[in-house]
Ligand binder design. Structure first.
Ligand SMILES: [Zn+2]
Length: 326
């Protein structure tokens, strides 16, 4: 990545870059869906910002940022494109402090931009479908990170005790459940409590029932495992991490590795995050893992995917206001 490239330094070039990604066949009206170029006029003139079009079907003006997480921002578009590339390419993420220094914006602005970009990184699970399927293997596991924010309330019993799997953690920690398809994608979720029922909910919504499921021997998975094509476990409490059954290599090391990259990022780069924002950090690490170099995806392709995904996230990104800054 060459950070002196025009798309990172020139707002017009950044806009043209976004236009090429979002409108490969010419401008498209985000208000009514009109894509007929004879019915779209490019507005020009001294009082008009560059990149503004007018739709002759619905009579409304628009630019390429309408309907994206960059909409209505006063930050020059080239800084958004640069921040997106940096977050897409940095393995363990990039702190708001570093973004603030690299982009020449305030820390508060950098923090706010990073959260909007994370919102763009969120995968639309309903359209990408479940993980796994016939002949495929999904590893599931849970992990405990950081500290809960309301230990007193949690101590009254809303949070599950440490699990029977022998892992420590539990009551005072935040719970993350992770799923990964072998050779495929990962999804991590923040849960308020880890019970057989909450974990089942994540599994059945995200993993096809034709899948072979691998977990440790935690009771969280015992009943739900019966709903899958097959369910194999390794007994971590007894020091068993890999087991061979004919050609099958049963382990959950893949999801452990996904957790490990996430934890190293959260400790080394982000230090801590508000519990309310944890789901966005999980989306960030899922995004990069699912476009990892091992899948022959380059930094540039990953960054382009991110800019493409910046669209249609309006409902959620508006909730990240400056008031959320913490
Ligand atoms: Zn229109």
């Amino acid at each position: 990545m060459d950070i002196t490239a025009a798309i990172y330094t020139d707002a017009d070039k950044a806009r043209e870059h976004l236009e090429a990604i979002h409108w490969p066949n010419g401008p498209l009206c985000p208000h009514c869906g009109n894509a007929d170029e004879t019915r779209i006029v490019k507005l020009q003139g001294k009082s008009t910002r560059p990149g503004v079009y007018k739709c002759n079907e619905c009579r409304q003006p628009f630019s390429v940022t309408v309907g994206t997480v960059f909409e209505r921002s006063h930050i020059p578009l080239n800084k958004w494109v640069l921040a997106s590339h940096l977050l897409a390419a940095s393995k363990k993420g990039m702190s708001a402090h570093q973004l603030h220094r690299m982009l020449g914006v305030t820390y508060k602005t950098a923090w706010f931009m990073a959260h909007r970009i994370r919102e763009a990184m969120k995968e639309d699970v309903s359209s990408s479908g479940p993980l796994g399927g016939e002949g495929k293997t999904v590893e599931a596991d849970e992990t405990y990170i950081g500290k809960r924010e309301t230990p007193r309330k949690l101590a009254r019993g809303r949070i599950a005790k440490p699990t029977k799997s022998g892992k420590s953690g539990g009551a005072q920690k935040r719970i993350v459940v992770g799923l990964v398809e072998r050779g495929g994608k990962a999804r991590m979720f923040h849960l308020n409590d880890a019970t057989a029922s909450t974990v089942r909910d994540v599994l059945v919504r995200n993993v096809s029932r034709d899948t072979v499921l691998y977990t440790d021997s935690s009771r969280l998975y015992t009943r739900t495992g019966e709903e899958y094509a097959s369910h194999k476990t390794t007994n971590h409490a007894h020091g068993e991490y890999v087991r061979y059954e004919g050609e099958e290599v049963i382990h959950s090391n893949t999801i452990e590795n996904v957790f490990s990259v996430f934890k190293r990022g959260m400790i080394g780069v982000y230090q801590h995050c508000g519990e309310a924002h944890l789901h966005r950090y999980l989306a960030e690490f899922d995004f990069r893992y699912n476009r990892r170099t091992a899948l022959k995806i380059s930094d540039a392709e990953r960054a382009e995917d991110l800019l493409r995904m910046a669209r249609d996230k309006r409902l959620t990104y508006r909730r990240i206001g400056e008031a959320d800054y913490a």
